[in-house]
Design a protein around this ligand. Structure first.
Ligand code: B16
Ligand code: MG
Length: 217
């Protein structure tokens, strides 16, 4: 039957987390806040506004609304210099195999991302045409772990939430999928993503037979 398969972007389709890291690190250090990969881990799946709020909190800084907007723009401009250099080679292993299998089986395919740059990135890696629906940071009011982004994707696909499957690399995203009454599939470390219904290290570990079972369930 027709199911809805909803993909997170960063950490699932492409590894843009490394570019977010470089851009946030540069920004944080420019205002005297220490920033390591450990801090970056906590920003995965979190919106740009919330990310900057957290960095300021870690550094015990309080700034004006005006400066806040300026810092967000600086970070995003820097991030976009990395994004603009992306191409198909940055698609994570076996993402295309999974997408092609789902397309061949007439499944609904959506993007459910917190990023406001999602469409730009999907175009850069030439995957945008594979998606029947795209819901990103421009379309939602409440970020993950709120289920809004995934519920909107299900609605756009015209598939009921309990007929949807979500691929996510962040804890907040798994919680959002669970709250939406969808099957949650973690892509990453099982210890971190223990709230997911299933966890795979990456798509190379996910067999076609597993996907076919999800479709036929
Ligand atoms: P932007 P996802 C998320 O993407 C990232 O994981 C998160 O680190 C980032 O802050 C957020 O997008 C917002 O991104 O600044 O481009 O709007 O994992 O939900 O696809
Ligand atoms: Mg992600």
């Amino acid at each position: 039957s027709k199911k809805g398969f909803i993909f997170d972007l960063d950490g699932v389709i492409v590894d843009t987390a490394k570019y977010h890291y470089l851009a946030w690190k540069k920004l944080a250090e420019s205002i005297g806040v220490n920033f390591t990969e450990r801090e970056n881990e906590q920003l995965k799946g979190v919106s740009r506004v919330k990310s900057l709020e957290k960095i300021l909190e870690w550094g015990n800084k309080s700034i004006s609304e005006d400066d806040f907007m300026k810092l967000m723009a600086i970070k995003n401009d820097d991030y976009l210099t990395y994004i603009n250099k992306m191409d198909k080679q940055e698609i994570l292993p076996d993402v295309e195999r999974v997408l092609n299998l789902l397309i061949q089986n007439n499944q609904g395919i959506a993007l459910g991302s917190a990023s406001k740059n999602a469409k730009t990135i999907l175009k850069k890696v030439s995957l945008i045409h594979n998606f029947d629906a795209i819901v990103d940071g421009n379309d939602v009011v409440k970020g993950k772990p709120n289920p809004e982004v995934f519920l909107k994707a299900a609605k756009d696909l015209k598939v009921k939430p309990n007929q949807c499957i979500v691929f996510e690399d962040s804890v907040a995203g798994i919680q959002a999928a669970n709250a939406a009454d969808m099957i949650s599939i973690g892509i990453g470390e099982a210890e971190i993503l223990h709230e997911a219904d299933f966890v795979f290290k990456d798509f190379t570990e996910m067999e076609n037979s597993f996907l076919i079972e999800l479709i036929n369930e």
